[in-house]
Write a protein that binds this ligand. Structure first.
Ligand SMILES: [Zn+2]
Length: 184
């Protein structure tokens, strides 16, 4: 009986906590101004510029545009990218004092299982187990910022403490994901 009471109280406490964090979350979002992200896919030379967050919250149309832009360019498969990754990329851009219309150079976004398998079979750069899963989950991009030294982009990405950051100076990009905070 006592166990049950504690259990119930625990449950209730959890529900209140969850409610509070949702409230804090939406209040923080309400204060957040409009967010945009622009980039150029270096493989297809397509450019995208979409508003992904506005006064009403996440902009689903803008996110859909970005999902398309970040598709696996090898077989045109797309996925629902993590909106937090869009936010993170825009924050990194802001921290580098670049205006919102700055087109990030997008080396890689979503990677389908098929493409990932082919890349792994071929070997070479960026086939690590940890990073591959984040690309396949729609939580990772490999980027470069026009006019920004790669080591500076790397430092700013790491300073965000928002996920994984991989440095690939020979390949000319920084890997940014919204997985666990880690660096390589
Ligand atoms: Zn990557």
């Amino acid at each position: 009986m006592l166990d049950m009471q504690i259990g119930r109280r625990g449950l209730l406490g959890g529900a209140i906590l969850a409610g509070a964090s949702t409230m804090i979350g939406s209040r923080a979002f309400a204060a957040m101004p409009e967010r945009r992200l622009a980039f150029r896919n270096i493989h297809t030379n397509e450019t995208f510029d979409a508003r992904f967050f506005g006064a009403q919250g996440w902009d689903q149309q803008g996110l859909a545009e970005l999902n398309h832009g970040l598709r696996d360019w090898r077989n045109n498969e797309s996925t629902q990218m993590d909106p937090k990754l869009m936010l993170l990329l825009s924050q990194i851009r802001d921290k580098l004092d670049l205006p919102p219309q700055t087109k990030l150079e997008m080396i890689s976004g979503y990677r389908s299982p098929q493409t990932n398998g082919a890349l792994r079979a071929r070997g070479g750069a960026h086939t690590g187990v940890a990073s591959k899963s984040q690309h396949m989950l729609g939580k990772a991009t490999d980027i470069h910022m026009p006019g920004v030294p790669l080591d500076r982009l790397h430092l700013v990405a790491m300073s965000m403490q928002a996920g994984g950051v991989g440095y690939y100076p020979k390949d000319g990009f920084v890997h940014v994901d919204t997985g666990r905070v880690r660096t390589w």
